[in-house]
Design a protein around this ligand. Structure first.
Ligand code: UT7
Length: 332
């Protein structure tokens, strides 16, 4: 393994937060032309969590970050870097990572956001582990969080039934060879930028533009069917690439944690990787697609459910807007 001569980054703490409010498929039936049956059979989603009025991204980030720091037993002042993966920022300026810094007490950390949509947490793990590998950082807090429901067009049934809110976090510290993040691969293909996008709200179609609002541009849009096919292919390829680089077989994995976008994608990838159902973690039924929060929330739940513990070998693979995709092999 080519990383074995470097300091590895180990996940020493995990934490997650989901808003209390549950939005079921039945609730959606009353809001838009859809059905519980369509949503369940096409996506596997039964319910998702939605922020309450007055709640926003910083509330989710703060709770998940605090939970991970407490789990790690780390003093927030020891954190050197706070990397927040999100596509649904609190506000355009400043970075949400900077806004949450005081509440998290990570006063000595450089704080910045990473924008890589659903792959954002895995991208951020890769950034964090590089700083640990070079010795420039000893403690890194990586958070994936989304408040997607504030960016949805609730009259568009092709998107509004899919997404949910949430946050998950991990604390990284130097690890011994053979433990921690053993491999990561990441990819981008911007020629697919149109597949998942929010065209309005930036400098081309500013938030203040009435025409942009009237044209429905400041909402998440997705060409779902085309995305589906690329997702299955990319997730499979990058997962196999990481396993091959690490010299491991499917049977060696204790758990596969795929991005939770759609149960049919998860099952198709699991089959192609020749994994058993027991090896594949699924929570999309309970939380929907939480984008950058998907993998850290799933990791935390897997740990809480006893499916992941010290020594577990976990493959986590993500896919999302950009298009971006990434896979990481982690020894807990
Ligand atoms: O997290 C980032 C990565 N995202 C993904 O990986 C998502 C990938 N894509 C998907 O998960 C699926 O493509 C969707 C769940 C988004 C859609 O499922 P699909 O099987 O690809 O459906 P479709 O888009 O081909 O639509 C089939 C039909 C259409 O009706 P017609 O044209 O056949 O009459 C849609 O209008 O289903 C209709 N439809 C709905 N019907 C009831 C679309 N959304 C809904 C809905 N309720 N919510």
């Amino acid at each position: 393994m080519h990383d074995s001569f470097r300091t590895t980054a180990k996940i020493v703490g995990l934490g997650a937060y989901l808003p209390e409010r549950v939005l079921t498929n039945r609730d959606l039936e009353a809001m838009v032309d859809t059905s519980d049956e369509w949503i369940r059979t096409r996506t596997g989603i039964r319910e998702r969590r939605v922020v309450a009025e007055g709640e926003a991204l910083v509330d989710l980030v703060t709770r998940a970050g605090r939970a991970a720091l407490a789990d790690a037993g780390v003093d927030p002042r020891e954190v050197d870097l706070l990397i927040l993966a999100t596509a649904t920022v609190e506000q355009p300026i400043p970075a949400t990572a900077a806004i949450v810094q005081p509440a998290l007490g990570v006063v000595n950390a450089a704080c910045f956001d990473v924008s890589a949509a659903c792959s954002g947490f895995t991208y951020s793990l890769n950034v964090g582990r590089q700083f640990i590998a070079t010795g420039e950082a000893k403690t890194v807090l990586v958070i994936g969080a989304e408040c997607l429901t504030r960016y949805l067009d609730w009259t568009d049934r092709t998107t509004c039934v899919l997404f949910g809110d949430g946050a998950g976090a991990a604390v990284l510290r130097p690890g011994a060879p053979g433990e921690g993040i053993l491999q990561i691969r990441w990819r981008t293909d911007g020629s697919y930028a149109d597949l998942i996008s929010m065209p309005g709200g930036g400098c081309r179609y500013p938030p203040s533009s009435l025409a942009s609002i009237e044209a429905g541009l400041p909402f998440i849009k997705m060409r779902g069917n085309e995305t589906f096919k690329v997702a299955v292919r990319s997730l499979t390829e990058i997962s196999l690439e990481v396993m091959e680089a690490a010299g491991i077989a499917a049977a060696d994995l204790d758990l596969f944690i795929p991005h939770q976008a759609n149960l049919r994608i998860i099952q198709a990838v699991g089959k192609r990787l020749e994994l058993t159902d027991d090896q594949v973690f699924v929570n999309v039924d309970r939380v929907g697609n939480t984008s950058a929060a998907s993998i850290p929330v799933a990791m935390t739940q897997a740990r809480d459910e006893g499916r992941l513990g010290p020594g577990s070998l976990v493959l986590a693979s993500a896919f999302g807007g950009g298009l971006t995709w990434a896979s990481s092999l982690i020894r807990f």
